[in-house]
Write a protein that binds this ligand. Sequence first.
Ligand code: KIV
Length: 280
Amino acid sequence: MEKMTITKLREMKEKGKKIVMLTCYDYPTALIMNEVGIDILLVGDSLGMVVLGYEDTLPVTMEDMIRYTQAVARGNKNPLLVADMPFLSYEVSKNEAIKNAGRLIKEAGVQAVKTEGGKEMAEIIKAIVDVKIPVMGHIGLTPQSVHKLGGFKVQGKTAPQVKKLIEDAQALEEAGVFSIVLECVPAEVARMITERVKVPTIGIGAGPYCDGQVLVTHDLLGLFDRFVPKFVKQYADLRKILREAFTKFKEEVERGEFPSREHSFKIKEEELAKVKDEKR
Ligand code: KIV
């Protein structure tokens, strides 16, 4: 696979080739995702929930994002690397937004950043794009607005809400985003948006008509079971595999079976004898 770029993503939409994105938070996982040929790695602020154990993504800081993104960047070669701008790192002013987006480029090594919100964020997004930093938008269920939305709920279920989502997507496109994540919206609504914008849409809980799909990797692997949204398909049960491995290790240590000779280092008998002799 060659290096993924925002130009190639646009071409994929035009050719009807699906875009594959996954969240990634560490170096070994980045290496595997590179081997498999995932198109976009997103260091999502979902790391606040699935890695750091917070209730939502709001406590995640720029320092958290930079640290985890640096680890992913060290294992990344060809996929486009995108990092989330955490809550309040871009909303307060254009200057703050540019400064923090710049930190993710310069210190963390991403090629693009992701922001949440529609029309109301368009000016800020345009300011980031104007300093040559590519931005991925994110509308529908935007987890940083969890309190305003009254929980993690499906969005766009009434005609006025659908109208607003379409306007939001168009405002983001005008502001210069290269792609838009659509989270938790009915499939037919995602289809309408996908048909009305030229930039690729990436769906999560948004049905099959988006130009690409993303899942939170810990959900896909069955590693995070605090709640499993309806749209998640678990492709593995890593929690079960880890439980079995940890239990086996515990039992073998307790029984004195681990480490065996095979997992122990050796010293020549004569060297050992010298020390034993000295002691006497
Ligand atoms: O933070 C995240 O992982 C995300 C994805 C759900 C798109 O924003």
